[in-house]
Design a binder for this molecule. Structure first.
Ligand code: ATP
Ligand code: MN
Length: 463
């Protein structure tokens, strides 16, 4: 007897063997002759395994009524070729064991289409649906592809801390981490006295692992972080989460060109690998969620990314005649509408924008010879907009200190970061990729809340 996952049983060529399969009933049909056809799913694949149960199976008559949608069973029996269309094999049950029932009146996932909004309210059950099963299998394949990409190139996986006391680069508003009693905490000159707090100073959840990544890059070489990051921005958009997963490679001896080249190969390779790993799930997204998904992905994989300086982009945006909600002029940050115009309408392919005005970018980005721009780069893709933000880092001590001052930061708070420029400083670069933004691209899902297992957004951290 072979214990098989549904995915393995569906692919098996060993017709005639005895199998043991376990899972949840998606649907049941009964024939007049007293057979029951169970569609069994255990999450291992989009497809269900058909199980045929007849009166000869011990105890079947007693439990038949309880074999409802959502109930869980163990089946042993013979794997046979299936005469039915659309499936190669089926199982003829010899034994059937009911693990857990699911009241047909109450089980929320009956066989009808549910809105994604409703499914978010039952996030503990939504992974049992076709759509969310596919999403989380793809998310797994994507995570593996990301590790494969870096591991195959000898990058070191670094676990950057989640709790931090450095106000990392102002990438976003931070969540505080404290054990102080909100009511009884002591104020000194109207300020909270953090010396009394757990860490003895103000601590927060990290918004980025970059600064710590730089420490490792400038000692152990190419490395990457892959972990949760937290931003307390109160922006209720379809592209922002308060807790999201970020991948941040950091490479010594890389200039901006090297950085852009790596980012481009990275996107292309991880998409290719997921397409190969999850053909069924990807076909499902293209058929049922958004029929432009495959074409968009192929376009990204097959074409070179366009490289465009921020200054060129602004010229295009100012003269294109398109009506935008936010006006564009040199020196302003580009909005999502501008990014999407460029990548969707104007060029119809991914774009890497580079050399941004220094006043709109972080202190650690390398200042260009013109003194006005920094070596920043953003990767923009159709449908999603920005998926990567990165830069060549400022390796010159004097320029870094000047930039910190300009950005209102105290170098003493970043003494260890500044030290990296004091002792054996090297040119280096890195970028950050939002995992959920890639998931939007891959699945065609419209809302970022639906591509992470348990979304955290303003006023919502259930489950
Ligand atoms: P955006 O302009 O889209 O808000 P950002 O410029 O603030 O993003 P970065 O600091 O450059 O973001 O972060 C690097 C990457 O992390 C982004 O390119 C994006 O893919 C992702 N990212 C940033 N903020 C969020 C968020 N709140 N939710 C999900 N992903 C995010
Ligand atoms: Mn960015």
């Amino acid at each position: 007897m072979q214990r098989l996952k549904v995915a393995q049983a569906l692919k098996s060529t060993s017709v005639g063997i005895e199998v043991d399969v376990r899972g949840w009933i998606r649907t049941k049909r009964e024939s007049k002759q007293g057979f029951a056809f169970l569609e069994l799913n255990d999450g291992s694949s989009m497809g269900n395994l058909q199980v045929i149960v007849d009166g000869s199976v011990p105890g079947f008559a007693d439990i038949n009524k309880q074999l409802t949608t959502g109930s869980s069973v163990r089946v042993t029996g013979e794997l046979k070729e299936s005469p039915a269309a659309g499936q190669r094999v089926e199982v003829h049950a010899k034994t059937l064991e009911l693990y857990g029932t699911a009241d047909a009146e109450k089980f929320p996932l009956q066989k009808k289409r549910h809105s994604f909004e409703f499914l978010r309210e039952i996030a503990h059950l939504r992974p049992r649906t076709n759509t969310f099963g596919a999403i989380f299998r793809v998310r797994n394949a994507l995570s593996r592809a990301i590790h494969n990409f870096f591991q195959s190139r000898g990058f070191l996986y670094v676990h950057s801390p989640i709790i931090t006391t450095s106000d990392a680069e102002g990438a976003g508003a931070m969540f505080h981490v404290t054990t102080l009693d909100m009511v009884k905490r002591k104020l000194v000159d109207g300020q909270v006295d953090y010396t009394e707090d757990f860490f003895g100073k103000k601590a927060s959840l990290t918004v980025s692992g970059q600064l710590e990544g730089e420490i490792f890059a400038t000692s152990l070489g190419d490395c990457y972080t892959f972990g949760p990051t937290f931003r307390a921005e109160n922006s209720n958009t379809t592209r922002h989460l308060a807790e999201f997963w970020m991948i941040e490679p950091e490479m010594p001896f890389y200039d901006l060109q090297d950085n852009m080249n790596l980012a481009e190969s990275f996107i292309r390779e991880i998409l290719t690998e997921v397409l190969a790993a999850c053909p069924e799930d990807m076909a499902f997204f293209n058929e049922r969620i958004d029929n432009t998904v495959m074409a968009t992905l192929r376009n990204i994989i097959d074409n070179d990314f366009l490289r465009l300086s921020y200054t060129e982009a602004v010229e295009i945006l100012m003269t294109c005649g398109e009506k935008f909600d936010y006006p564009v002029e040199w020196g302003t940050d580009l909005q999502s509408e501008h990014e999407r115009y460029l990548t969707e309408k104007k060029f119809g392919k991914p774009i890497i924008l580079y050399d941004y005005p220094r006043q709109i970018k972080s202190f650690y980005m390398r200042v260009n010879e013109d003194g006005k721009t920094v070596r920043a780069m953003d990767v923009l893709v159709p449908r999603v907009g920005e998926i990567i933000g990165g830069s060549q880092r400022e390796e010159r001590l004097d320029v870094l200190l000047e930039r910190m001052q300009e950005c209102g930061l105290n170098p003493e708070d970043y003494w260890w970061y500044v030290d990296l420029r004091r002792y054996g400083s090297v040119p280096h670069s890195g970028f950050g990729l939002g995992l959920e933004r890639v998931m939007l691209l891959l699945t065609g899902m419209a809302n970022i809340r639906d591509v992470i297992p348990f979304p955290r957004t303003p006023k919502n951290a259930d489950f």
